[in-house]
Design a protein around this ligand. Structure first.
Ligand code: 3H9
Length: 695
């Protein structure tokens, strides 16, 4: 019998079975909640039924509350009421957990009277990663099962644990392999025969542990002072020593506070951004099968890409110009793999197997005749890249994908030297390529859908977030970066110090400020770009030469021991010599330095970033605003709780952004120009969020 589109129930003798079926992940939508409550009530009232068992038929037991419903008016029955109904059910109710059992799903499970996990079950309270606290009793019932310290560990980190660990903690009672429905039936029979004990979680005592609460609070105050929900999680768990009803009421109040916070909106936007970027026009095309990959260039980027491919199970052939360079590339890959073993991403046997059988190298491209994909990662020189692509065109088998990792060169020009432009694409990785999650998939004029779909399928296998980009100088991320880094330079020329800019942006939420990032990336990279672009530079552009003066001294940032900062101890310190360079450049330009507040630094920085993002969008380089948000969240350390530059832009508002740009334009009308898209948005009342839902 169905109680809703997502829930059905049936009886087998004295056993009432409830099946949850809300694809893809059994999110606890209104329909599922309504159906589950009704099924529990019907079976509880059925005199023939003596035990109730709940299981899921999709790839999850329940992956949590339906996140799409957050921020909308709640519709009864709400999840806490369902958890109470289960816990207070006069008949034993058990749950069979397979796949993701997360957030509200785990809250449902711990409200039943026994839990049986399949070996692949994944349990956790990821609410904190969405800017909320568990809101259906998780912070009150989990301490009764696993203690306060273990609950804090799960709830404040959002970490996910497997069935074995859940069993060891006491979160589940048994692990059984097999079919979820059959296990539900068998376990219910065990309840009836007394082989499986059941009990109400609310009847278990909570052992007070003030020390664990203090530790968690202190740790979060030190490490995540700018985040809202982790602190609320600790407060909620601290209430678990109260009678259950009081604790639940307190938890619910904290949950509501979090739901109303802008951080919740930003974090949930980030969750959907990671998934939205996969929705591309080429979605229907069948990707090519990629097993073996040729990587050209064994520098930091090429060896990082090779490492990522090897970790994902590909066979890799690395090409370099000579034996020495090849040796260095292979050594870097070996070091990266050793790092992966250290981080627990790879076993020692896995590392040995990769090095013994899946990595080879050479100093020419002859053996590239069998590879399914080539990724070229040599230095940024159009002539060199074109020469490589001519060779690849001759050597590679038909249907091989030819990709370039260029950061800004015109991929149409690279494709033009081949006879197979349909198979040419940009795969722009971010350094270190085996760690950073972003991959820009750059679609050139003649790239066909199959090639694009292959880029996205590869990204998925590598565990990367792929974002579709069009061809322009810098694609999405670096084009926007090269614009806003000028705003950072102007701030310094006009009076701010680099470390002041960095600290203001860190307080805003960036992991690092822009100047610390430049030092990390290597100042020589930007210097080379500026030299390349010098001839084409607009004479009306205000040029800041501070970066050039630093590079002229041979200071390229972290790798050379100094740049904007000096790296001679554990904590980098502002470089006094750079302060002198800045003073000299200000004097040369006749500038009297002025004071910038942190707020003004953030406003200028963000307004510059949003302005160029709006142009990138209007030029069709990015498909939607949310794609740009994803690029900055996954490739540029943008604070996740702020959702991305264009999610943040909506919170500022297009009219205010225009007001800011016009006021800054009084000083520099060449740099600060209002993007036409912002004016259109004001005229039509459109928002970036609105453009996401229309696309
Ligand atoms: C919560 O429970 C609060 C409670 O305390 C109670 C409050 C009262 N809702 O990731 P995938 C969609 S907070 C709505 O690609 P996978 C997802 O957007 C919640 N939709 O698959 C995607 O849609 P589309 C706590 C959801 O196999 C599709 O499902 N729970 C939800 O790689 C497939 O997702 C979480 O935070 C959801 N809860 O990974 C769990 N979950 O196809 C969040 C997924 O249109 N979810 N979707 O793009 C996950 O971690 C992963 O999705 C999961 C599956 C591991 C489940």
């Amino acid at each position: 019998m169905n109680t809703s589109a997502s829930v059905s129930y049936e009886s087998h003798g004295a056993v009432g079975l409830i099946a949850l079926n809300n694809p893809p992940v059994n999110a606890a939508s209104h329909d599922l909640r309504h159906g589950l409550l009704e099924a529990v009530n019907v079976l509880a009232d059925d005199a023939d039924i003596r035990v109730i068992a709940i299981y899921g038929t999709t790839k999850a037991f329940i992956a949590g509350a339906d996140i799409r419903e957050f921020g909308k008016p709640g519709r009864d029955p709400m999840l806490p009421a369902i958890c109470l109904a289960l816990e207070n059910c006069a008949k034993p109710a058990i749950s069979v957990l397979h796949g993701p059992t997360l957030g509200g799903g785990l809250e449902v499970a711990i409200s039943t009277h026994a839990r049986i996990a399949l070996p692949g079950a994944i349990l956790g309270f990821p609410e904190v990663t969405l800017g909320i606290v568990p809101g259906a009793g998780g912070t009150q019932r989990a301490p009764r099962l696993i203690g306060i310290a273990a609950t804090l560990d799960l709830v404040t980190t959002g970490k996910r644990i497997g069935a074995e660990q859940a069993l060891a903690l006491g979160l589940v009672d048994r692990i059984v392999a097999g079919d979820a429905k059959q296990i539900a039936q068998d376990s219910a029979a065990d309840v009836l025969s007394g082989k499986l004990a059941t009990r109400r979680t609310c009847d278990l005592p909570v052992v007070p542990d003030q020390a664990a609460i203090d530790r968690a609070a202190e740790n979060l105050a030190a490490t995540q002072p700018h985040l809202f929900s982790p602190h609320k999680c600790v407060q909620a768990v601290a209430h678990s020593t109260q009678p259950l009803a009081e604790g639940l009421a307190r938890e619910r109040a904290l949950f509501k506070e979090c739901i109303d916070s802008p951080q919740r909106a930003g974090l949930i936007h980030a969750f959907f951004a990671e998934r939205a970027v996969a929705k591309i026009p080429e979605q229907g095309a069948t990707p090519r099968d990629i097993q073996s990959v040729g990587v050209i260039g064994g520098g930091t980027m090429g060896s990082g890409i090779a490492t990522a491919l090897l970790l994902a199970g590909h066979t890799v052939r690395l090409a370099e110009w000579d034996g020495d360079a090849l040796g260095r590339g292979v050594a870097t890959i070996e070091k990266n793999l050793a790092g992966a073993v250290k981080r627990g991403k790879l076993t020692e046997e896995g590392r040995a197997a990769i090095l013994a059988g899946r990595l080879s190298g050479g100093t020419d491209l002859v053996r590239f005749d069998t590879v399914d994909l080539v990724i070229e990662a040599v230095f940024e020189d159009m002539g060199v890249k074109q020469d490589i692509f001519r060779q690849l065109d001759r050597i590679c088998k038909p249907g091989a994908i030819l990709a370039t990792n260029t950061s800004y060169l015109d991929i149409n020009e690279i494709a033009a030297v081949t006879t197979r432009a349909a198979d040419v694409i940009g795969l722009h990785f971010f350094s270190p390529a085996h760690v950073m999650r972003l991959l820009e998939v750059v679609v050139a004029d003649r790239t066909v859908p199959k090639t694009v779909a292959t880029g996205f399928a590869l990204a998925k296998r590598l565990g990367k977030v792929a974002v579709r980009a069009g061809v322009c100088d810098g694609f999405i991320g670096n084009r926007i970066l090269s614009h806003y880094r000028k705003a950072a330079d102007y701030l310094v020329l006009d009076g701010a110090e680099p470390d002041q800019v960095d600290q203001a942006m860190q307080r805003f939420g960036f992991a690092m400020g822009p100047f610390a990032v430049f030092d990390l990336a290597g100042l020589d990279i930007g210097w080379a770009t500026r030299k390349r672009q010098a001839a084409a530079r607009d004479p009306a552009e205000r040029y800041v030469a501070i970066g050039d003066r630093i590079c002229e001294r041979g200071w390229f940032g972290r790798k050379s021991g100094q740049g904007y900062y000096v790296y001679d101890g554990s904590t980098p310190r502002p470089n006094p010599e750079v302060a002198a360079i800045i003073r000299a450049e200000r004097a040369r330009a006749g500038i009297t330095p002025r004071v910038f507040s942190d707020g003004e630094i953030v406003d200028r920085h963000m307004t510059a970033m949003i302005s160029e993002a709006a142009r990138v969008l209007a030029d069709g380089i990015a498909l939607r605003p949310i794609d740009i948000d994803a690029v900055f969240l996954f490739g540029y350390g943008f604070p996740r709780h702020r959702g991305g530059p264009l999610h943040h832009a909506d919170s500022v508002g297009a009219a205010e952004l225009i007001r800011r740009i016009e006021s800054y334009a009084a000083e520099d009308g060449n740099y600060w120009q209002v993007p036409p898209l912002l004016r259109q948005m004001v005229a039509s009342g459109q928002t970036f969020a609105g453009m996401n839902s229309e696309a």
